[in-house]
Design a protein around this ligand. Structure first.
Ligand code: ZN
Length: 319
């Protein structure tokens, strides 16, 4: 996941006092859970580990009755055992969950031409499209790796036109918790059997998720003045599989009901234009803020804990 850190945003901390919102009910909020990097995001390429990750995640989603969509990098299928990697995708569809395209090789339009980028999207549907069709479903959703949508107007528009022509809808992100940054140190701690370290990372991850979920709800109110339907970016990683009950608790405490991405996207908020041009990966509330001429509550935003950032950077450098 080298490069995910490019999605990290730089914030100017303002000295202004924070205007806390009243503790109003959030009963109207819903969230679509989206898991990127199927058949699995893992520090070590271990097929049993990835199989176990998906087994636990699908079991957890089923127990809680949560709908979800998984975004596939078919290039990852060949990284390990082809039959078992494909079986993971089949298990997602058999569980009644949806799959989307996340490009074949997790590339960025910052580095590829529009033609090369869309060829990589097309290459990334060879397994997924027939798999969905066999279950009476259609491949409908596309998620940009790193949330990088094109550095220039021309390139961004060319990719968007291609997606439309091929029946894809863009899956935006309006809530995220930097799970990828916690995930690598977590995989490392699990592999080294460091139980106390495993427990500490989980606790830090859940505390950070609890905080960021509240921040996005506040941000949604800042833009639209009401509860909204969120689309949350998570990854198909062991950390989420191991924490699914705790994550369910966080959603419940914040009044967030998990729904399908199709349901979430019926919120009129998603008709807001996305004018963002640039190399950075930016989520959609930030794209909409200038369109709506409303500020996001950045004073209250926090990056992940320092020790997690240090651990992630160390592991990423080692690769
Ligand atoms: Zn990804």
């Amino acid at each position: 996941m080298t490069g995910h850190h490019r999605a990290m945003r730089k914030y100017i901390l303002l000295a202004a006092a924070l205007l806390a919102l009243p503790a109003c009910a959030r009963a109207g909020d819903t969230v679509a859970l989206t898991f990127d990097d199927l058949p699995g995001l893992t520090l070590h390429n271990s097929q049993p580990y990835v199989n176990e990750t998906n087994r636990k995640l699908l079991d957890g989603l089923r127990r809680h009755g949560f709908p979800a969509i998984g975004f596939v990098n078919e290039g990852k299928i060949a990284d390990m055992d082809r039959a078992q990697q494909t079986a993971i995708l089949e298990n997602w569809v058999a569980a009644g969950l949806d799959l989307g395209n996340h490009t074949y090789s997790h590339e960025t339009p910052d580095k590829l031409s529009a033609g090369a980028y869309t060829a990589d999207i097309l290459k990334g549907e060879k397994v997924t499209r027939p798999l969905l069709a066999a279950h009476g479903k259609t491949l409908a959703w596309f998620r940009y790796p790193y949330l990088e949508t094109g550095p220039t107007r021309k390139k961004k528009a060319a990719i968007e036109a291609w997606l439309k022509d091929h029946g894809y809808r863009i899956a935006p992100v309006t809530m995220e918790n930097s799970d990828w940054m916690f995930s690598e140190p977590y995989d490392d701690a699990v592999a080294r059997h460091k139980a106390r370290r495993v427990a500490k990372i989980r606790a830090e991850y859940l505390a950070y998720t609890d905080r960021t979920v509240a921040w996005y709800q506040k941000a949604g109110h800042a833009l639209f003045g009401r509860d909204m339907a969120f689309v949350m970016l998570l990854h198909d990683a062991r950390l989420n599989a191991d924490c699914i009950d705790d994550l369910a608790g966080i959603f419940r405490r914040h009044g967030l009901t998990p729904v399908t991405i199709d349901q979430a996207m019926t919120d009129p908020a998603y008709r807001t234009p996305d004018p963002y041009l640039g190399k950075d990966g930016v989520e959609w509330l930030e794209r909409w803020s200038p369109v709506l001429d409303r500020d996001l509550p950045w004073d209250d935003f926090r990056e992940p804990p320092h020790d997690i950032q240090v651990a992630y950077n160390r592991l990423d450098t080692d690769k």
